[in-house]
Write a protein that binds this ligand. Sequence first.
Ligand code: GLC
Length: 467
Amino acid sequence: MNNNILKKSWNEKYSIVKKQIENMKSIKSVATAFNTNIDAIYKVNGRSLEQLVKQYNVSLDGVENSTLKDVATPSDIIKGIVKCFSRGIAEEWIIEDIEIYNWLDKNIGYERLQMGGQGGIIANALALLRIQKVIAHTNSLPEIQAKQFLDLDNLLSFDENGELKKASSISRNNDLPLIHWIIEFDKGDEFTIDGKNYKCPKSNRFIATYDPMNMNLVMDENFISYVNNNPIDFLILSGFNPLLESNNGLGLIGNAVDVLKKWKKTNEGMIIHLEVASTQDKVIRKAIVDKLIPLSHSIGLNERETIDVLEVMGEETLAKEIENETSACNLYKAIMHIMKKINPSRIQLHMFGLYLTIQQKDFKYTPEMNLKGMISASVVSSSKALNGELSEFSHTQKALGYEVSDIGLNELINLSNMLNKPELLENGVCEIDGYMVSAIPTILIDKPKTLVGMGDTISSVSLLGGW
Ligand code: GLC
């Protein structure tokens, strides 16, 4: 098949999206846990970054490979931004000192606030897509946080008396606002210092997080007991990324494991999806892999998170291979490896231009359903990138009719060639080693208005958009 015909046939497959989104209305209940916060968005450009470097006398020696994760000084924040800017990557560094948070507030500022945290972002997206009831876990819900929830009757959380209410109307005024700085930068932007040029290869962001509640995985007892006492169809789990070994992170994961085990008993049919998220602390990351993945049916990862998971599984060689060449072929090897080692029901990768799922044959969400879910997710997430936000229902389908990307199509061609599975390229599904593999080329938006929360949207809509 030549590439034009192939592209046309994939574009045609996207015609199911309206119906799939319509079908989402039949899903009764989703709970999202645990992290909900406020994102303060600031766009940095090359020139202002250069000024910051000069003003704070920051040494940029070896900054591209810096492995610093805990921020101790404002210079560390600047180093983090330069690292991500110069490599076009996304990282999140944890701030433990409130003085650094105050410095950000005073010296960097922000352009707007929006919903943050995997739990909060997914809750907004799924409620907008008209799931009947979305219950969001919040460990802090002052008015400023509540305002980041969409004004929707099907989007609920708990007020200070433990009552389930419309999330956007709650105001737990003694709670502390949890603000994360999202410092975004654009592809092609650059600056030069001491004769060295730093040019950004891919639009992305650096996140600086000061968040005492989510860092301590504070859980709302009302939410815990709700999930124990009411039927829930899907639980979307995340929020382990800000934990640190030095801050009793392993103990906190142990607490979550106990809660999760009980939920699984009281809500037997519930499908649990874990969004792995970028987790810098390797001990915590390993605990996520060893303790939380086995309790989940489905996991979602991007390219970076896949490399990170391999690293803590002791697969440094494969991790390096992917770091050197982040292709669908290499990532497939990684996902298959994780699948065979840990054996969840489903693993989904979302990479630039392509989504790929490997799943058990008997998982009740079939590969065909998953394919429809991934196609829906491609439209919804690219609509978010195109529009800058998803705050009205009409936003969710803005990118419908856009063509699938050549980048994604080429990745899929290479993958199906490597696997010798032409049906993967033509229909998006094939069987390998007793597992079902599905993949799609996605829509890519040339100049995305936003990137933060894309992965969360993709993972959740891929899982719920195919029913
Ligand atoms: C992380 C960050 C949060 C951001 C989210 C996006 O959880 O802490 O600020 O909104 O990632 O995926």
